[in-house]
Design a protein around this ligand. Sequence first.
Ligand code: UD1
Length: 419
Amino acid sequence: MAKFLVKDNGPLTGEVTISGSKNSVLPIMAATLLSDEECVICDAPDLRDVDVMCRLLEGLDVEVNADFKENILSLRAVNVTRNEVPFDLAKRMRASILTMGPLLARMGSARAALPGGCAIGARPIDLHLKGFELMGAELEYGANYVEARADRLRGAKIYLDYPSVGATENIMAAASLADGTTVIENVAKEPEIVDLASFLNKMGARIKGAGTDTIKIEGVERLHGTKHIVIPDRIEMGTFMVAAAITRGDVLLRNVVPDHVRPVIAKLRECGCLVEDTQEGLRVRANEKPLVATDIKTLPYPGFPTDMQSQFMALLTTVEGRSTVIETVFENRYMHISELNRMGANITIEGRSAVIPGSTHLVGCQVMSTDLRAGAALVLAGLAAEGTTEISEIYHIERGYSQFVEKLRGIGADISRVD
Ligand code: UD1
């Protein structure tokens, strides 16, 4: 089993270029099922999840050409003959569920194995299914699958009980080919929603309001091929910002949209970091004064992202004073705490809150990555810990960070991948 060995070697300095967004490219890839023409996706990150989505689409007879040297994906769903995602792929990646809306709209039916991915909570798909049902689909439940059927979806008024990212994406994609107008209320407002809407609109969809609480979709007869550049990955941005902070370094991030990481910037500033939006990119400096505690509560966008909670918690173990973190998006996203505690963090959990005493002298040891972002947090902790941190189960991390080791080494980190 491959592992990361991370050593403490002082402040990280230099420049790092952020890759295209994982959470943008996956729904966009799924949405290419909506047209029989070729779609070209630029700045596609070279990630395990993207590879799984390529295989999943190939399994549905989509022609897939991936050029990860140039980060370009060409996808053409000429003849989609199957309506089902194989279980072995679905269980590896929750985003496999994002093929359901496009398949249902294109094929008139879609069968989904109940999805997998990071084990960070129950993660049901009831809101996705509620949307399909309101658009006229009939649902049939089997042992480990659900099938939705509708000859042609029809426009509907849908209120989401929670602004779920995946449900918003799935319903928006399906509604693009529905008969009539769909209005979805209380939708997710994440930048990835806006990116998917902009991709669909380039394909000929008529979507308005992405990025606000309400999205309106006028269904069209057919969608055509297009070319699209995915937005930079805001969670990768945030992770490298914290890497600069936790090592008290000075790092310039290129290919960024600072507006997408506003809460992370705000919290880093509260801790005492200098974050500058320069012409070249976002510069994070943490070497001017001692860093201090802050409190965090995760929320849907534009709140503090749950996907940055574990990495930020790693940072908070090293600052002066006691911090509190409250996770509100997922009910089981504290699995990194036991691993950080093995490194000396002494974090306690009270319900949905975690209390971080701070001023910890982290010490490297053997730790296990339990999910994608938890794994990233352990790498960051390892950069600041005395001695060597050995991180196992790194396939989680490789699901979502492109060339993580290379990029970290490029700014001076002592990290290696060993088999
Ligand atoms: C997406 C992101 C993930 C991120 C999450 C929240 C992708 C591929 N993944 O995941 O990285 O952590 O947004 O920002 O984009 N829920 C329900 N019923 C549903 C759907 C969701 O109860 O039908 C609940 C979930 O259990 C969870 C919360 O809503 O507690 C948020 O989930 P959601 O926004 O759907 O996240 P994902 O789309 O799975």
